[in-house]
Design a protein around this ligand. Structure first.
Ligand SMILES: [Zn+2]
Ligand SMILES: [Zn+2]
Length: 261
């Protein structure tokens, strides 16, 4: 009989069993849409009803940070935010906006234990960031502090980076960046405060410090919100001699005032 404590104890094996069962079920059933139960041709696809729910980012967008413009603009027009303050990375691109179906995809992957979505999401990253992947020497995931890693059980950025490396045949340096200090939620902080909180929270692991001179690195993360975290990663990589740092994320938060120039 299950009492409260044995129930707690059994949580982890239950999750593992559920994941294993999903693997068996996936191989027996026709592939399902990443967002609903509709049947699709191949795993890692969206059905025709869900596809329009995802706000895929297309040109025109800022050539530096990738923010989409809501109105037609001349090609190569840099956005106001990048003109005001040059980002610490060379370029950033995202597959879709963090809203509607795009947000649902990220949350399913990250919070609902749907690590099986990683190959399909990595294929989307590759399609949106073909040039960025082609031009890099290695792919680097944004690190998680070990407490958060323990709570979530996996680093979503590392999973995406690993799959992207497999698809593109690029090396993936999973342990290049480390996060020795836990950081509190950055949500309500100002730009300056965020930078202060993140300073020293992300660093290049000691064994890698001699290896980065002249390297072109591609940082991978799930969501770009304010750019503070990938900014801290980029600064750490540049301090250690990286020649170029680009950023590829699944989603990016686009505020109404950003979309229209
Ligand atoms: Zn669907
Ligand atoms: Zn920009």
């Amino acid at each position: 009989m299950l009492n409260a404590s044995s129930h707690d104890w059994s949580l982890f094996p239950l999750r593992a069993a559920r994941r294993a069962w999903r693997g068996v079920a996936d191989s027996l059933l026709p592939p399902q849409c990443m967002l609903c139960t509709a049947t699709v041709d191949e795993p890692g696809r969206l059905c025709s009803a869900c596809w329009p729910e995802v706000g895929f980012i297309a040109e025109p967008c800022c050539p530096t940070c990738g923010t989409p413009y809501a109105v037609p603009v001349p090609t190569g027009l840099v956005c106001g935010a990048c003109l005001k303050e040059t980002p610490p990375f060379d370029r950033a691109r995202a597959v879709f906006t963090y809203a509607g179906g795009g947000r649902d995809l990220v949350l399913r992957f990250k919070r609902a234990d749907r690590t099986d979505l990683a190959p399909g999401l990595a294929a989307m990253l590759l399609a949106a960031g073909t040039e960025l992947v082609r031009d890099c020497d290695a792919i680097v995931p944004v690190p998680l502090h070990r407490w958060r890693l323990w709570r979530r059980r996996f680093n979503q950025s590392a999973l995406l980076a690993r799959e992207l490396g497999r698809l593109s045949d690029r090396p993936v340096w999973l342990d290049l960046l480390e996060r020795p200090k836990p950081t509190r939620s950055l949500g309500r902080l100002s730009r300056v405060e965020r930078r202060r909180v993140l300073a020293g929270a992300i660093r290049v692991a000691e064994r890698w410090q001699e290896e980065l001179a002249g390297k072109r690195l591609l940082l991978v993360d799930d969501v770009l919100t304010t750019g503070a975290t990938v900014g801290a990663c980029s600064r750490a990589l540049r301090r250690n001699g990286a020649a170029a740092v680009t950023v590829l994320t699944l989603a990016r938060v686009v505020r109404a005032e950003q979309g229209a120039i």
